[in-house]
Design a protein around this ligand. Sequence first.
Ligand SMILES: Nc1ncnc2c1ncn2[C@@H]1O[C@H](COP(=O)(O)OP(=O)(O)OP(=O)(O)O)[C@@H](O)[C@H]1O
Length: 282
Amino acid sequence: MAGDPAVRIRGLRKTYQRTPAVQDVDLDIEHGEIFALLGPNGAGKTTTIEILEGYRDRDGGTVSVLGADPAKAGLGWRRRIGVVLQENGDFPELTVGEVLNHFACYYPDARDPDELLEAVGLTDKRDSRVHRLSGGQRRRLDVALGIIGNPRLLFLDEPTTGFDPAVRRQFWELISGLRAADTTILLTTHYLDEAEFLADRVAVIAAGKLVDVATPRQLGGRDREQATVAWTDAEGTHEVRTGNPTRTVGELAARYHGDVPELSVRRPSLEDTYLQLIGGAR
Ligand SMILES: Nc1ncnc2c1ncn2[C@@H]1O[C@H](COP(=O)(O)OP(=O)(O)OP(=O)(O)O)[C@@H](O)[C@H]1O
């Protein structure tokens, strides 16, 4: 429905045998947003995502994804969704080009396989068999398959695990490009720098419960935390906690007549805040 968010979750619950994996989660994800789900191993991220993808049943609550209940939605809905799972199917004997051409046939509005190869940096691997790809190259093929149908909503479950730093950067650029095309993206990641670079908003989930939802800058009240100004002189290292680091640095510059020795200004990183949030939840 017009005006509805891309994803609406209310009171979501899932229990495996006796293990409560997701407990009363409420969440909205807006159209065109890149949203990161963060949480420790076993927090319930994959369970939540698989329920949204229609691959897993829920025990309670309501879920709407692109206006439909994933438990009942049909093929037309599935064609508007792109999925990159933690582990994907195997096609060892096919070449990269063959796999992409094959999957392109499933979608009415598929992306051009050659352009897609270029976008994920696999053009020179078009004729390589899939089982000859490195781990990072295989992951890029997974991402290419996730976006080949021009999805309105893309799920990425730990997309850059095993990527080297340069390939991770390339991948981030690729995902940022999808944002420009107005694709809604829900990703899980254990890399806080990835969430900070990509996500408009992040949610922290721990032991199946939502702990906080905010922009990366505002998570856990991080933007209101005091800064620590530190410097080192002949007497040793000094630290001052302050709400106005600019003024403190100005005062120090006057005191030292210019250069403040080994000056640093630090605010809590996203990782500091995240660890605090999940520590509290435990
Ligand atoms: N098929 C299953 N049967 C029984 N328990 C399961 C099943 N799948 C997940 N669980 C349990 O549910 C909880 C949540 O698991 P889930 O895979 O959703 O976590 P996650 O946040 O995605 O973890 P990770 O970061 O390690 O991928 C865990 O305690 C896990 O052991």
